[in-house]
Design a protein around this ligand. Structure first.
Ligand SMILES: Cc1ncc(COP(=O)(O)O)c(C=O)c1O
Length: 403
């Protein structure tokens, strides 16, 4: 297993290619939690995520012959971009296999960092199969996204930066997909400050580490379901699992709704764009998935910010719903002039702002003398929603809350 000295060596190798990302105290989340929250902003890393650290360290430790033959990997996301840039900076040729339907923005970004992109396979597994064929046929080195000790050591450099910028840290909160990131960070932290707690976070729909720890052996899930695609992994690695067992104090899970709320807070309050996987540590902190004391110094690692804009739109709407800022309702009116006006008077009285309204006299779901109205509203929070719905019901309207 790698140790602290490997992480220190990794730092020498990665500091030219990767950025030393900021660690910032957050008044907002400290006030919300009563703790002392400092955000490790790996979203500002080159390529938008931490992956370049591990990839750079791996590529720097290739022999001359291996470097000459080039590297290959499979990824639909951040690892693709990390390997592409790390290889180009080291003067090593890289081939990245991405699934055929990978978002075009990610394919373009990977190419722009200098890799040859091979589009093949309907999913990650098929892409990985092709990448291994290329590894054998072209004698390239396969750079694994997490299950590799040099990759783990590279990711561990984040732990060194946290200890330097915030030596008083009591708890570090880290997302877990395959486990490379947390293995590296925990190795660095526990070597220097064993009393500092390391908490891992997974999505409820992809909780292989939590289940593996409970069972005492590595398990593989039949399927995964989460908006946090960076950590939608069926199992933690064979190499990473022993690190998680040895160095990680606790693994907790968060729901997609909680991830969406954290994403919306980060955008609105911290002006920071974070992808689902990067938002899970803050979600776990805000929703108190692990215990902490008042004034405890907590560092959530916001690991990446590469999010597809269509996904972001859905996440924002979900976050607004969960925080009582968006409401969609359905009610029935008698089909006569003025009925809609009367309803809207209540909206005005309660300052419920309409985004969209659909007035349907032809709906089969209502009597012919009635009409169905569906309304989307901008609201000010849960209390405003409660007060508004009570006013409608007191006025005699039957209201279904759709979202
Ligand atoms: C943004 C982001 N956060 C966290 C992770 C999880 O890292 P690991 O697979 O090393 O646990 C990933 C993995 O791709 C990621 O892209």
């Amino acid at each position: 297993m790698i140790d602290y000295s490997d992480v220190l060596e990794a730092r020498e190798r990665v500091q030219e290619t990767s950025r030393r990302t900021p660690l910032e105290y957050s008044h907002t989340y400290s006030a919300m939690t009563d703790a002392d929250v400092h955000l490790k902003l790996e979203t500002f890393q080159r390529t938008g995520a931490f992956k370049i650290r591990g990839a750079t360290n791996r590529i720097a430790t290739l022999s001359d012959a291996q470097a000459q033959a080039g590297v290959v990997t499979a990824s639909a996301g951040n690892h693709a971009q990390g390997v592409a840039l790390a290889a180009t900076r080291a003067g090593v040729d890289s081939k990245i296999v991405m699934p055929e339907h990978a978002p075009i923005s990610k394919v373009k970004a990977t190419r722009s960092y200098g890799a040859e992109v091979v589009l093949e396979g309907t999913d990650y597994n098929e892409a990985a199969q092709r990448a291994h064929e290329i590894e054998r046929a072209e004698d390239r080195t396969y750079v694994h996204a997490f299950d590799d000790e040099m990759v783990i050591a590279g990711q561990g450099t984040i732990g060194l930066e946290i200890l330097e910028d915030c030596p008083e840290v009591e708890t570090v909160v880290v997302p877990i997909g395959g486990g490379g990131l947390i293995s590296g960070i925990a190795t660095a932290i526990k070597a220097q400050q064993p009393e500092t707690r390391v908490v891992g976070v997974q999505a409820e729909g992809a909780s292989s580490a939590a289940e593996s720890l409970e069972k005492g052996e590595r398990i593989s899930l039949d399927g995964v379901e989460t908006i946090a695609d960076g950590i939608a992994t069926r199992s933690v690695g064979e190499t990473t699992f022993p690190y998680i067992r040895e160095h990680v104090d606790e693994v907790v899970t968060v729901s997609d709704a909680e991830i969406a709320v954290a994403t919306v807070y980060l955008l609105e309050r911290s002006k920071t764009l974070v992808e689902g996987a990067g938002a899970v540590p803050l979600a776990a902190t805000l929703f108190e998935k692990f215990d902490y004391e008042a004034d405890e110094t907590i560092v959530p690692v916001l690991s990446g910010g590469n999010i597809d804009l269509n996904t972001l739109t859905n996440v924002i709407v979900r976050g607004l719903v969960e925080t009582g800022r968006y409401l969609k309702i359905r009610t029935i009116l008698t089909d006569q002039p003025g009925a809609l006006d009367e309803l809207l008077d209540i909206f005005t009285a309660h300052q419920a702002n309409i985004y969209a309204i659909h007035h349907d006299r032809t709906s089969r779901d209502v009597e012919m003398s009635d009409t169905e109205v569906e309304i989307e509203l901008e609201m000010r929070g849960p209390d405003h929603v409660d007060e508004f719905l009570s006013a409608l019901r007191e006025a005699g309207y039957e209201v279904d809350v759709l979202v």
